[in-house]
Every structure is written in C-alpha cells, then in structure tokens.
Ligand binder design. Sequence first.
Ligand code: ASP
Ligand code: MG
Length: 406
Amino acid sequence: MTRIVQKFGGTSVADVDRIKNAALKVKAAVDRGDQVVVVVSAMAGVTNSLVDLTQKMGPLPDAREYDAVVSTGEQVNAGLMALALQALGIQARSWMGWQIAIQTDGVHGKARITGIDTQELDHRLNGGEVAVVAGFQGMGPRSRITTLGRGGSDLTAVALAGALGADRCDIYTDVDGVYTTDPRIVPKARKLNKVTYEEMLEMASLGSKVLQTRSVELAMNHKVRVQVLSSFSDVPGTFIVSEDEVVEKQIVSGISHSRDEAKITLLRVADRPGVAAKIFGPLSDASVNVDMIVQNVSEDGKATDLTFTVGRADLDAAVKVLTDNRNDIGYERLTSDRAVAKVSVVGVGMRSHAGVAQRMFQALAEKGINIQVISTSEIKISVLVAEDYTELAVRALHTAYGLDAE
Ligand code: ASP
Ligand code: MG
C-alpha cells in the first residue's frame, strides 16, 4: 500500500474549475489504490487580499488576529476540495490545522510545527477515506490558530508526509519541475529530473520560488521524498532526493538569482577588535538579517571599508540603526545601493572540483559585468552585481557551465 501526500498550490486551486481538475489528480491516485492526504493552499491571490484587509484595520495588526484572518483562504479550499472529491464518488473529509491537530509554537505569522497528532488521520486513511488538510495553518498555545509563514502549505505537506510515514510528497504547482534556472530568463533552461535536498535548499534560499525554504529543510531532515510537478500536465516532475540517489552529479546544477538585495558600505571604519561586533550586534537586535560581508585589510592599519548586504525591505531599518550608532561604531561615511542583485551557482559536485569559481568570474568578465561582493559555501558561489546585469549574468553563467538545452 502506497501512502502519498498531494499538495496543490494557489494557482492549481485558483477557482472552481481548477479545484475540479486537481480533484481528478487525487482520483487517479485513489484509483491506483493509494492512500491519499491532500493539502490545499488558498486560491491564488487570496492570502494577499486577506493580508491587505488586516492592514486596513491599522498599521500593526495583532498577530493572533492576523493569523485568524489570513488562515481562512485554506479553510475555504479544503472544504471545496472535499466537495469536489465527493462529487467524484470519493469518500473525503476536510481538516483544519486545529482539528488534526498540527501543533505549533506561539510565533504567530511564522509558527514552527512542534508536533502532529496522526492517530485519527491514520485510522481514516486505513479506512479508505481521503483527508483534505488546510495548508499553512496550525494550532498554537491556548488553541489559537497560527500560520506557518508565507508559502507555508509546502511545510504542512512535508510535515504531514513525515509524520504519517508517506512514501512521497507530491507538490503540484504551475511549473512542471525544478529548472536549471528561471526559464523566463533563459529559454534554454532544462528541467532537472533529480536535485539533492542540499541543492534545493540553497536554490530556495537564493531566490528560486518553487518551494518554501523551511519545507525543504524539513524534507531533508526527515528524508521525505518530494516531487515537484505541474497540475496542468501529466508528465513526471523533479524529485528532490538525498545525494546518494543522484548518480551523475553535476558540478553545477542550477543558477539562482535574487533581486531582494541591498548593499551597505561603511567607509573608513576603525580597524580594531570589536568593531564588527558593534556593527552587526545592533543590526541583529533590530532583526535585520545580514547576508554577504566583505572587509578589506587597511592600508594604514587605522581604518578600512566594510561592505555587506541586507534584504531590500530591511535597508531603511539597517541604515537607521547604523546612523543611530555612528558614534559608537566610528565610521566616516555610509553609502547604500538598492539596485543590486545576487546571482549564484549551486551544485554538490563543486565540493570535489577545482576551478568552478574561476569559470564564473571568467564568464562574468567576458560580459563586462563587475563583481561587487563574493560569498561562498561548500556547494554554492554567489556574487553581487548591479541589478541591470542580472539577466545577462544568469544567461552567461548558464552557458558557461554547459547547462543550456540542446
Ligand atoms: N496561502 C499561503 C500563502 O500564500 C500559503 C501557501 O500558499 O503556501 O502564503
Ligand atoms: Mg507556494
């Protein structure tokens, strides 16, 4: 007996017809004899409208009531999906997060799942019923409704697959898999049959929007087999698997990019112990996430320049914190630039190959693209470039690493 989780994203359940179409995918699995848990997102755009509504009530909505409002899109779709399945003659029942219960901590708006009660669902699945679960929501302390962060239905699906011991978690979306890069930028992008958890994790956090980052992390930690596929076609998608399942390891599997970046430079910062702590301490206190950092050695042993990046939405907050702390930190001038983008190459094969970075720098040089900041991990190299060059850089790198489709 195969047990699967099928998750349908907002575009796959954007209206009644699409919900009916998604229900046919569920029916196909039921007809094969699978036990099926369906996880649904809200209709595309609905969560955004709900967020807007809460903001119309005042600038900083109470987080508990924010969750009470924004979680409702999934409730509607869970009920509608159960109805669509029943219309196809399938025994189906909807479940809200609190009814299962999917227990979470009390961090409203981006709660973490702390436990899932599986007994009742297990029982129903074994009895041949399809469970339709509202994604994105859980139950926090004092039985309050919580939400799991934007894109959180992926997390619901992966967490349920792990807790219920499912054989696979199929994530149905509007693209038919994970590509070597964004096909809207590079028409010659190729669909990957398999990608490792680690690569997917890097790609998700580097700007690829196919899967929520936390859901990839959870899948990796619990070894949940995930497939990303389209609900509008019938072709197999991309499997996200552990490294030992990938026979032919690519040096570079994909090129990611993110425009959600901004750069800050502090000019003539004192070159002595403790200065970095004085800069990044207050930023972290203000919940500003710092990503890439470069600092040069000083020529005169007295002062140096320090450049780093933050999320574009955090730029104003970061500049304010640094300006407020200027005397304490001690720097001459602050400059910032929001017209930057981060372009990254990702691949587990780079662990065992030399010259991967050089190929990147060469390809960018040939196009006359200036590299502003560089950062690396074991399986990725990221560069910061002027935003206007994002697409040129992505295309050049896609070709340079031999990823273009024939
Ligand atoms: N509807 C929620 C959102 O838009 C959750 C999801 O779709 O995964 O963020
Ligand atoms: Mg999504």
